[in-house]
Design a protein around this ligand. Structure first.
Ligand code: ATP
Ligand code: MG
Ligand code: MG
Ligand code: MG
Length: 439
């Protein structure tokens, strides 16, 4: 992409309404524009990162054997009346009525709707196990929408639902989700720690939230510092293997790590003092086994091997796709701007032409652009007639992992400058070598 033809409305001033760094940087880098409280337009670069995150989530869900689909944002109230949640959900639910006076709502989540789909089409245990998911906009009329996309009212969420014959099978689905979530966050360059969370009125041990440690996080967390040494890495996993998935769950959830809702002072104090940590975190996902709560309420039963109708065991599993942009920036920035992890960066490399209009410099930039594109990468070429200082500031703000600086003086010696955004280190290389380093 040539910057002169792109739409990247960066701001020089720090917007006063933004209280935390990720919100400030998303506004300054021209990624989002607020339309009303907690509702945003995704400008081209924000949209690009959102899609990258979405792609990683899809990829890892499908790898785990979960099936993508798409349910609507608007739902009939009837289903929620059937489950009993229409009244319980309270003011967070945006209620709408259509021209015929029918009660509708903008979905805050999809347990009811997916269970309705399931009960309409699945009758036999032979069709299980089944996990369906979608990535769709949600609406929750939060009391205090704030921190930009971190706590929006309209937000983008992946939510998946497993249907299983037994609790045991449903817990295997739970474990598959845990593994696929660990992989997803790591691909985004994030450490998200699974922490024992509160099952709410249904209770039980079977819910974990994934938290990214950050001072600006809204959750209070307590953990054994050993958990921050864990990483899934690039190991192979057989998602059909109950033992392997259970093994990962044990590895990642045995050490103490809890949110304040389930915090247990005595268990925490049993950890050696130097490993006890209390901190703040951003909830970027949650997995939940809730048994037959919705299948009983909505009559989602299958014929079991014994021929008897059996309510299915379910769980729901969510990832805050749009919140992740904020979380990634909170975890990866400096005083100049964003530092995108490779896995989600909107462009792989910036090209800065120090002397736009100079035949040699323009030619070298065009060649670099073509070589990077041919290698399957997306460069962002700043081809505007601007001062070098302004171009550098923009590149630092938008945080691409690499910058190649091209100017007549270097070209005289056959070199360009390659700079790593993360380390700030620069080296002079031939254009060919610079491309090789990036790919
Ligand atoms: P929170 O505790 O932050 O209100 P939640 O527990 O209500 O979140 P879930 O129902 O678990 O949210 O939804 C799954 C994921 O969706 C959350 O882990 C979070 O990452 C994301 N999410 C929830 N509410 C919002 C919101 N208002 N804006 C952006 N993302 C959200
Ligand atoms: Mg909430
Ligand atoms: Mg929560
Ligand atoms: Mg939650």
């Amino acid at each position: 992409m040539r910057l002169s033809r792109y739409f990247l409305p960066v701001m020089k001033e720090t917007p006063s309404e933004a209280q935390i760094v990720s919100h400030r940087l998303m506004l300054r880098a021209g990624m989002i524009k607020q339309s009303s409280a907690g509702i945003y337009s995704w400008l081209p670069m924000g949209f690009k990162v959102l899609k990258k995150i979405e792609t990683i989530v899809h990829d890892e869900q499908m790898r785990a054997g979960h099936i993508p689909m798409l349910m609507p944002t608007l739902q009939p109230a009837d289903l929620w009346k059937e489950s009993g949640r229409y009244d319980d959900y309270g003011k967070e639910m945006l209620r709408i009525s259509d021209r015929h006076g029918r009660d509708m709502l903008y979905g805050p989540t999809n347990e009811e709707m997916v269970t309705d789909i399931f009960r309409s089409h699945v009758n036999s245990y032979k069709d299980l196990p089944l996990t369906l998911y979608h990535i769709q906009w949600k609406f929750r009329d939060e009391v205090r929408p704030r921190f930009g996309v971190m706590r929006g009212r309209e937000f983008y969420m992946k939510d998946g639902y497993n249907f299983d014959l037994s609790k045991e099978d449903a817990l295997h689905a739970y474990n598959r989700h845990l593994v696929s979530y660990l992989r997803s966050y790591e691909r985004m360059g994030l450490q998200a720690i699974p922490m024992r969370a509160d099952g709410g009125p249904i209770g039980g041990d079977y819910t974990h939230e994934f938290l990214v440690l950050a001072e600006t996080g809204e959750s209070e967390v307590f953990y054994d510092s050993d958990v921050t040494d864990l990483s899934f890495g690039d190991r192979e996993i057989d998602y059909d293997s109950v033992e392997q998935c259970q093994g990962v769950l044990e590895e990642f959830t045995t050490k103490y790590a809890r949110t304040d809702e389930t915090h247990d002072e005595a268990a925490f104090n049993a950890i050696p003092e130097e490993r006890r940590r209390s901190a703040r975190g951003i909830e970027v996902g949650q997995i939940f086994y809730f048994g037959t709560k919705y299948s009983e309420a909505l009559g989602a039963k299958v014929q079991g091997p014994d021929g008897k109708p059996t309510p299915v065991h379910m769980g729901s599993h969510g990832i805050g796709v749009s919140r992740l942009l904020g979380a990634i920036i909170e975890a990866s920035h400096d005083d100049k701007g964003i530092i995108w992890p490779e896995g989600v960066t909107p462009f792989h490399c910036g090209i800065v032409n120090l002397k736009q209009g100079d035949e040699q410099a323009d030619g070298a930039c065009d060649q670099l652009y073509a070589a990077l594109t041919a290698a399957g990468l997306e460069p962002l070429y700043d081809d505007r007639k601007e001062r070098a200082g302004g171009k550098f500031a923009t590149m630092d703000l938008i945080g691409l992992p690499w910058r190649i600086t091209v100017g007549p003086r270097g070209l005289k010696n056959g070199v360009v400058e390659l700079t790593s955004r993360r380390s700030g280190e620069s080296v002079e290389l031939s254009p060919e070598e610079a491309v090789k380093k990036i790919i």
